[in-house]
Design a protein around this ligand. Structure first.
Ligand SMILES: *Cc1c(COP(=O)(O)O)cnc(C)c1O
Length: 412
C-alpha cells in the first residue's frame, strides 16, 4: 500500500461528497467546519464499516473458535497491517491499539517510565498539548525524574539552540509534538530524533495533528514512539495507535493487566503475551480498530502531497486575510506551519467571536486548546482557532473572513 499510487487526482468537490456531515445545515446555514484540530468528520466508507461491523460481524476477537469471531479477528488484525504499511512500520507487532493519543502517551509514561531512575530527565517543548505534559509531570513526581521544557520564540518556533542546551546524557526521553494543535508549527522531528539519539535518549512524537496532514514514515523519522488518535484522522473516537520500535516495546513491561495480554496465568506467576497483545489488555475497541483501518485506507487512496499543498494554501490564505484586520494578532507565525490559524483580537474575548461565528454556521474552537502554558506565554486568555482539513475550500474561507469581520464590528 505504501508504494501504491493514489487512484485519483485530488478533487475537493469529490471528496466533500463522501462526508455526509458536511452537507448538513446549522441554524439553517450551510455548515462550515473549521474545527478539524479537535476532531475530523467521517467519510461514508467509515460510517458504512461501523454499521457493517455491528450489524453483521460483531463478535469478540482472539479467543473464539466460531466463524464470526474469526472474521472479526481477521479484520481487526488486517486493520493493524493497513496502519503498519501506511506509516511504514517494520512489523505489525509494532502497532499497538490504544484509546487515542492521550492513552498512548500514558502507556509510554507508565511502561517506559518504569525503566527510568531518579535524576533521569524528560525533555518536552513549550508548545505541547496537556496530554504530552501532564503524564510526564505525574511520572516525574512518582519517580523523582526531572522535566525540562525547551522554549519557543514569539513566532511559535522551537528554539533549537536552547533545545540543544537542555539535551544531555541525563535525558532519557524527548517527547515532542509533530505539529502544534494551537500554532500549526511543524517541528523538525527527524532532526530532533537525531539529536536525541546522539545523547542516548529516545524520542516520542505526538502525531495527533500530523498524520492527517503529512506523509508519515516512522522509519524515515527514526522516532522510537509515534502516537495518534483515530478520530482526528477521519476514524472513530475511542481508538488510536501507539507505534513503537519492536526492541524497545519488548523491553518494556505491560501497562495494564487483564485478559488477552497474558500467556499463562497462575496465582503464583503470570507470563505475558507477545507483542502487540502484551499492551492490549481486555477487549479492545474492535469496531474502532477495523474502522480506523478503513479511514487510513481512505486516506491512502488520496494524494497526500496534494492534500498538504491544498491545506497549506488554505491556511496561508486565511492568515493573510485575517492579518488585514485592525487589532488582529495571529498567534503562531512559524515559517514552517500548516492547517491551523489561531488569532486574538485586542479587546475582544475569543469566546465572543466564536459564539457569533457559530450563529453564522461556522464551527471554530475558542479557548486554550489544551495548551494553557502557551496562552500564558502569549499573555492571552485564549485564541479563536480555525483548523482545516482537505475537504475545506477557499470559498469557505471567504465566508469565514466576512463573518469574522461582521463579528468584530458587532463586538467593538
Ligand atoms: C488532540 C491532541 C492530543 C490528544 O488527543 P486525544 O484524542 O484527546 O487523546 C494530543 N496532542 C495533540 C497535539 C492533539 O492535537
Amino acid at each position: 500500500m505504501m508504494n501504491s499510487e493514489p487512484t485519483k487526482p485530488f478533487s475537493v468537490r469529490e471528496i466533500r461528497e463522501q462526508f455526509p456531515a458536511l452537507k448538513r445545515l446549522v441554524y439553517n446555514k450551510n455548515l462550515i467546519y473549521f474545527d478539524n484540530g479537535a476532531t475530523s468528520q467521517k467519510p461514508q466508507v467509515v460510517l458504512d464499516a461501523i454499521n457493517k461491523y455491528y450489524s453483521k460481524d460483531n463478535a469478540n476477537i482472539h479467543r473464539g473458535v466460531h466463524y464470526m469471531s474469526q472474521k472479526a479477528t481477521t479484520e481487526f488484525e488486517e486493520a493493524r497491517k493497513i496502519i503498519q504499511h501506511y506509516i511504514n512500520a517494520r512489523k505489525s507487532e509494532e502497532i499497538i491499539f490504544t484509546k487515542g493519543t492521550t492513552d498512548g502517551i500514558n502507556l509510554v509514561a507508565n511502561s517506559f517510565g518504569s525503566l527510568l531512575k531518579a535524576g533521569d530527565e524528560i525533555l518536552i517543548t513549550a508548545m505541547e498539548h496537556h496530554s504530552n505534559i501532564v503524564p510526564w509531570q505525574m511520572l516525574c513526581e512518582r519517580k523523582n525524574l526531572i522535566l525540562k521544557v525547551a522554549p519557543i520564540n514569539k513566532k511559535g518556533e522551537l528554539i533549537i539552540e536552547d533545545f540543544d542546551k537542555l539535551l544531555s546524557k541525563n535525558t532519557k526521553l524527548v517527547a515532542v509534538t509533530h505539529i502544534s494543535n494551537t500554532l500549526g508549527t511543524i517541528n523538525p522531528v527527524k532532526e530532533l530524533a537525531e539529536k536525541a539519539h546522539a545523547v542516548g535518549a529516545k524520542i516520542l512524537v505526538d502525531g495527533a495533528q500530523s498524520i492527517q496532514h503529512k506523509k508519515i514514515d516512522v522509519r524515515d523519522l527514526n522516532c522510537d514512539f509515534f502516537v495518534f488518535s483515530g478520530h482526528k484522522v477521519f476514524g472513530p473516537t475511542g481508538i488510536g495507535v501507539l507505534y513503537g520500535k519492536e526492541d524497545l516495546l519488548d523491553r518494556m513491561p505491560p501497562y495494564q493487566g487483564g485478559g488477552d495480554m497474558i500467556e499463562r496465568v497462575t496465582f503464583e506467576r503470570t507470563t505475558y503475551n507477545e507483542l502487540p497483545f502484551k499492551f492490549e489488555a481486555g477487549t479492545p475497541h474492535i469496531a474502532g480498530g477495523i474502522c480506523l483501518g478503513e479511514a487510513v485506507k481512505f486516506l491512502s487512496s488520496l494524494d497526500i502531497n496534494a492534500i498538504e499543498k491544498h491545506e497549506k494554501e488554505l491556511a496561508d490564505y486565511a492568515q493573510d486575510m485575517l492579518d488585514t484586520f485592525e487589532g488582529m494578532r495571529i498567534i503562531g507565525e512559524a515559517k514552517n506551519k500548516t492547517s491551523v490559524v489561531s488569532f486574538f483580537v485586542d479587546g475582544i474575548h475569543p469566546f465572543d467571536i466564536g459564539t457569533l461565528l457559530d450563529k453564522q454556521g461556522i464551527a471554530v474552537r475558542t479557548g486554550h486548546h489544551c495548551t494553557q502554558p502557551l496562552m500564558d506565554f502569549y499573555k492571552i486568555p485564549g485564541t479563536v482557532r480555525a483548523s482545516f482539513a482537505f475537504y475545506n475550500t477557499r470559498e469557505e474561507i471567504d465566508k469565514f473572513i466576512a463573518a469574522v469581520d461582521k463579528s468584530i464590528t458587532l463586538l467593538k
